[in-house]
Design a binder for this molecule. Sequence first.
Ligand SMILES: NC(=O)c1ccc[n+]([C@@H]2O[C@H](COP(=O)([O-])OP(=O)(O)OC[C@H]3O[C@@H](n4cnc5c(N)ncnc54)[C@H](OP(=O)(O)O)[C@@H]3O)[C@@H](O)[C@H]2O)c1
Length: 487
Amino acid sequence: MNNQRIIFTIFGGTGNLAYNKLFPAFYQLFQEEKFDSNIFFVAIGRREKTNEQYRKEVEDKIKKKNPDYSKRSFDSFKQRIYYYQLDFTNELHYAAFNNFMINLDQAHQTDGNRIYYLATAPTDFPAISAYLDKYCLKGKKGFKRAVFEKPFGYDLESATQINNSISAVFGENNIYRIDHYLGKEMIQNILTIRFTNQIFKAVWNKESIDNVQITVKESNGVEERGGYYDQSGALRDMIQNHLLQILAFIAMEQPRSFETDSIRDEKVKVLNNIKIIPDLKSHENIVFGQYEGYLQEEKVKPHSKTETYVAIKCEIDHPTWEGVPFYLRTGKFLNGKEAEIIIEFKKEVLGEPFGCLAQPNLLVIKIQPEEGIYFRINTKKPRSEKELMPVSMDYCQSCNFIYQSPEAYERLLNDIIAGDSTLFTRWDEVEAAWKIIKHLMSSCTKDDYLVSYEKGSEGPIEAEYLIKATHRKWWNIEDLSNSRFDF
Ligand SMILES: NC(=O)c1ccc[n+]([C@@H]2O[C@H](COP(=O)([O-])OP(=O)(O)OC[C@H]3O[C@@H](n4cnc5c(N)ncnc54)[C@H](OP(=O)(O)O)[C@@H]3O)[C@@H](O)[C@H]2O)c1
């Protein structure tokens, strides 16, 4: 702990995110004494509540979620939490809010250090930032950081507009755009696996890699978020942020250093070089699907053309990756809840006696639910001269109690407190990703080619055509596990 004292304010403090993700993560960090600094919390909501009422609500959520909850440690944690009633769209409320913050600052000697977390709709970001600027930030000492939840805008234009207004207030270096996927342990592990193992470093290119598959499956539907999702769809909700960020980590060149900006510089080059042929008709480049029954979901428009599934073939316009397809697929109501990256290496052709029998080497980075690494190689089948046998090294990190990974939010919140922005997206990355989505949205006549798929299935059959068009197949993690022979 660096003993800095900070007030951490959450706009949207009575929302789902604050109750179910942020405070449980804060409590866990507090309990494990992992906080990088000495933190006091202010939760903002519109409804009238006392501190005690709010603290009790937080406690009830944590009790249900955290098997390590202890009354004693929560009683100590809760002294740090304050509730403040404010309508954040009403400018008239901010002068009093500023007085409240000044008093709190004096009471806890926080030297003006503030973090503002906007767990609100992105349309509220500009107004809140402007009012904070006018009433709470100008001429104040201490650092001011601002955290913005996903989605960061709804398209390139709205994201640019939001960004212009928030960066004018906080400045890019103090802005933390959260993509909670980047806080997942195995996403952080990608660069370590790639750049600390000569065995992979040397073959990470078009000479050795045949294709890359990035899959994020969800087993649930839109549930109570139909209204939000229907405006968004899988392309904006998942591809624009999580899948393109993963792709950037997989395809980026080795950075000059492992400092935040060097890594981001390399990621943004990948995003700017992604090429997708916006042709839906052939099913060879993009498939948009919608699960059966989606139109009956609450708050979904009766004739909605929103996609709940996307599969895309991307290429990267860079000499390292010439001709290597990167396949992305994600969807709701699929046959599992999992996320993984599969690197398929080119098949080794040895000629007789082995040639036609060789299986490709596969490297699988398992993101969730299991976290780990799987690597498959060929060996000779015992007692046979000709037959090959694929065997695998399968490391399950999440199976090992000692190495239990922290929740993504725990890592990200502590990074914000420590002022480390490596796992947050810089504006030029967000902008590059929105440009890709804009290009696809404007060139694809989705309405004519939206295909349906059964709930609980692998997704639309057309996604099979997409990968088979280049004589490849989707690798499924269950198939690999069933046929494995562990070292
Ligand atoms: N939930 C998640 O797991 C999750 C994950 C990733 C991203 N996000 C994003 O994070 C944002 C918040 O999500 P959420 O699920 O927490 O939403 P939510 O449950 O609907 O909560 C909205 C919050 O905003 C507050 N609010 C709304 N208008 C207000 C106003 N005029 N003045 C003061 N407070 C106001 C609400 O306060 P009241 O109590 O007064 O209504 C409530 O605290 C959304 O943009 C969402 O897309 C959420």
